[in-house]
Every structure is written in C-alpha cells, then in structure tokens.
Design a protein around this ligand. Structure first.
Ligand code: 2Q2
Length: 323
C-alpha cells in the first residue's frame, strides 16, 4: 500500500504540475473561529483534501482558523459578498432573518446526543437547512454535533441567583441575551476572538461554550470554574455561499457535497472521543467543575425562550420535543 500511495501521490503531483497554469479552476476560502487543534479545523482540512483529490486539483480549499477571515458576523456578510466561500456557523444565523435557524442551539430543546442526531440528521434538520438556503442564501453542506455549552466564571455558580451582577459574554444571538437576562446575569454579545482578552481584563466575568472552545481558546487560564449548566445541546452548520455553489459545474458541486459528507462523518468520529479528552484537559489545568441546580436553570431559561419565540418557532420547538 505504501508503494501504491507513493505512485498515487506522484501521479497527482505530476498531473497538477502539468496543468498548473489553469489549475486550480476554483479556490474556495473556508473560515472558522476555532484554533488549529480544534476538530472543526481538522475536519475542514479533511474536506480540503477530499475536494482536491476528487476534483484532481480543479478545486482548492484554503482553510483559515481563528477568525482570520473576520469575526463570525463579518464572515457571514463576507460569504454573501463573495470575499469568502465557506464557514462554520449556527445560531448567529438568526441575524439573517432566519427564525428557524436558532433551533440548532435553543436552550434546553435537545435532550441528548441521540435526540440531536435524529433532529439534525432527520426531516426537521432538512427543513432548517432548506430555510437557511432559501431565505438567506447560505447553503448548509454539513452539520457538526457540538458538546453541551457550559458557563465558565471565577466564582462558583450553582443557582441562577448567583449570577446577579455578573457580565456574561454571549455570541451575537438575541435569544441568548434574553435567556441570560432571565437567569439574572448581564449578558453582553461579543465576537469569540475577543473573549479571552475581555476575561483577562475583567470587562466580562464569564462566558458559555462547549469544552472544546474553552480549551482551544485557553479560557481555562482566565476562568476558574466550569459550571455544568449544559444549557444548550446543539449543532453547527458548515455553510457555503449558495450563489458560489450554484455557479460551479454539476460535477464539482457533486464533489463538494460528497466531500462534505466525508468531513461530517470524520468530524463526528473525532467529536466522540474529544469531549472526554477536553474535559480531562480542563480538569488537569485546574478548572473546578460545579454541579448546578439544573431544574432552576431550565425553568427560567425555557420560560425566556417561550416568551421570545414566535408561533412558527414554537411549532418547530414542539416538533423537536416530539422526536
Ligand atoms: O461562542 C461562540 O462564539 C460560539 O460557540 C458560537 O456558538 C458560535 O459562534 C455561534 O455563534 C454559531 O453561530
């Protein structure tokens, strides 16, 4: 197999070199907010490799981690304007008149991983994807299950009452602002790349994210407690600009979709082992894990969700509960 691999890779090399003048026909810029060690990044690189091999060098995907192509909201604008082509996003899509997109990360809507797989990977997931493409022009090509979001702080939080006066950073998601206000905190929306410095300078007191991002952004260096609120179990979408996608020939579109499927499966495989590794890493780094009064959190958060949801959103929420 080694010889075969060498032969194969040299063939690819030769074939690409011989056509280097016109190749690649397409260069796709793929941005995300996590760092190089995050499984999102590894999955994105896998996608790039698959696309390159399958298209025999006609399509090159360049991956940019750490909000290098802009903050999440800027990347979303950038995709529609054509300055980048692919990104990882999710609940922030609600800012593009996509009321149903927030269901990918609604507080206490998803029970567990099995439930999440059935919702995101089933007919409801397909509806949300179609909604995102039709209304806003982003084409979801894959989705990634995410670890539960937990609250990090420098004082232990066991009950929503403990949050009084604390400034908690949230992504640019109005539902999160409503939720954390209802939980007695002072939520403030901010781009992910600004979180570490803001925590360090104490302009914010806490933030909430899955273990993976707490680890990758080094937040354990500036946060002592990881309060196990598990308030959002959700998933993210890898989206491509639909205009760009539609402008490509059908054979290349096919290659993008097939490679996205491989990326999704690969990311999930990594995810299944990474959650535990990230948990242990954070523990070793000295983070203390706090059990919270989940019932109290869920009661207040769910009431806030229902109060801010439209009838359309409530209907989809109900259907998710019934899965
Ligand atoms: O905290 C963050 O910025 C991410 O974990 C967000 O969940 C993510 O960027 C979403 O805003 C996705 O739209």
């Amino acid at each position: 197999t080694l010889i075969l691999f060498l032969l194969l890779s040299s063939t690819i090399l030769v074939c690409c070199q011989s056509k280097s003048r016109s190749y690649p026909e397409y260069t796709l810029r793929f941005g995300h907010l996590a760092n190089e060690n995050n499984i999102w990044h590894k999955a994105a690189l896998k996608f790039a490799e698959e696309v390159f091999i399958k298209s025999e060098g006609r399509v090159q995907v360049k991956v940019y981690p750490n909000e290098q192509l802009g903050k999440e909201m800027d990347m979303l604008t950038g995709i529609l304007g054509g300055s980048l082509d692919i990104m990882i996003t999710g609940e922030s899509l609600e800012n593009w008149s996509l009321p149903l997109a927030i269901l990918c990360a609604t507080p206490f809507a998803i029970r567990d991983s099995d439930h999440l797989q059935k919702v995101a990977g089933g007919p409801i997931g397909k509806e949300i994807e179609a909604h995102i493409t039709e209304v806003a022009g982003f084409k979801p090509i894959a989705w990634f299950e995410r670890g539960a979001r937990n609250l990090t702080t420098n004082v232990p939080i066991r009950h929503p009452d403990d949050l009084k006066g604390l400034i908690i950073r949230v992504p640019n998601v109005s539902l999160y602002v409503a939720t954390w206000s209802a939980l007695s905190a002072k939520p403030t929306p901010m781009a992910f790349s600004e979180v570490f410095t803001s925590l360090q300078q104490s302009t914010i007191h806490g933030q909430e994210n899955p273990f993976a991002l707490i680890r990758n952004a080094g937040l354990y260096e500036v946060q002592k407690y990881c309060n196990l609120t598990e308030h959002v179990k959700g998933w993210a979408y890898v989206v491509m600009g639909n205009k760009k996608f539609e402008s490509m020939p059908p054979d290349l579109q096919q290659i993008i979709l097939e490679s996205a499927e491989i990326m999704q499966a690969y990311e999930h495989e990594l995810y299944l082992e990474q959650e535990e590794l990230d948990y242990r890493f954070l523990k070793e780094k000295g983070m203390e894990f706090i059990e919270v009064d989940k019932v109290a959190f869920e009661k207040l958060a769910s009431a806030a969700v229902m109060a801010s949801f439209t009838e359309e959103q409530k209907m989809l929420y109900k259907r998710i509960q019934d899965v």
